[in-house]
Design a protein around this ligand. Structure first.
Ligand code: SF4
Ligand code: SF4
Length: 168
């Protein structure tokens, strides 16, 4: 069972199976955390700022800034990841983002994504992050053990204040 505190080594094992068909990379791109950016920029022998400017787009999820590789969309609302090549597959496979290494399309896909959210994007010290996570749960977002609101903010009074916008 995947929980919020499942160690990364275990998550990497669970997320590893992938037949590299490239289907997911044709329609989306993975989140990139800071350490991914440094590693991939180095792999491509590019200056970090230039790499960000030319290959990534900035997003915000759970009130946390996060990057994603540019998607080549054309006139569609989705598109293939800038690192995807029809013949080669992922052009940065050896150093691909953690999100791409730990998520796949198999049985635990939603749990793995929820684990990533909880460990990298949901910030228990940021009331707005907690409120946005609460909305995600209310709208049917995947909940894994350790990811209940009261587990992220054990102080009941504080949690109520956050949810009632008394703590901004
Ligand atoms: S970085 Fe690689 S694995 Fe991740 S979405 Fe892009 S092509 Fe796919
Ligand atoms: S995660 Fe699934 S869809 Fe994506 S490349 Fe691997 S097997 Fe294909």
């Amino acid at each position: 069972m995947i929980t919020r505190s499942t160690p990364l080594s275990k998550i990497l094992e669970i997320g590893k199976p992938c037949n590299r068909c490239g289907h997911c990379c044709r329609f989306n791109s993975g989140f990139m955390i800071e350490e991914d950016i440094d590693r991939i920029a180095e792999f491509l022998k590019m200056d970090k700022d230039l790499f960000i400017k030319t290959h990534l787009t900035e997003h915000e999820l759970f009130h946390t800034k996060v990057f994603k590789p540019i998607m080549i969309k054309g006139d569609k609302p989705y598109g293939q990841c800038i690192f995807f090549d029809k013949v080669e597959g992922c052009k940065i496979h050896e150093v691909k983002p953690l999100f791409c290494r730990i998520t796949n399309c198999f049985a635990y896909s939603q749990d793995l994504i929820a684990w990533f959210y909880l460990n990298y994007l949901v910030n228990p010290d940021d009331p707005e992050s907690i409120r946005q996570y609460a909305s995600y749960l209310e709208s049917g977002g995947k909940l894994i053990p350790g990811g209940h609101l009261h587990e992220l903010v054990p102080d009941k009074e504080k949690l109520n204040k956050i949810l009632n916008y008394e703590l901004l």
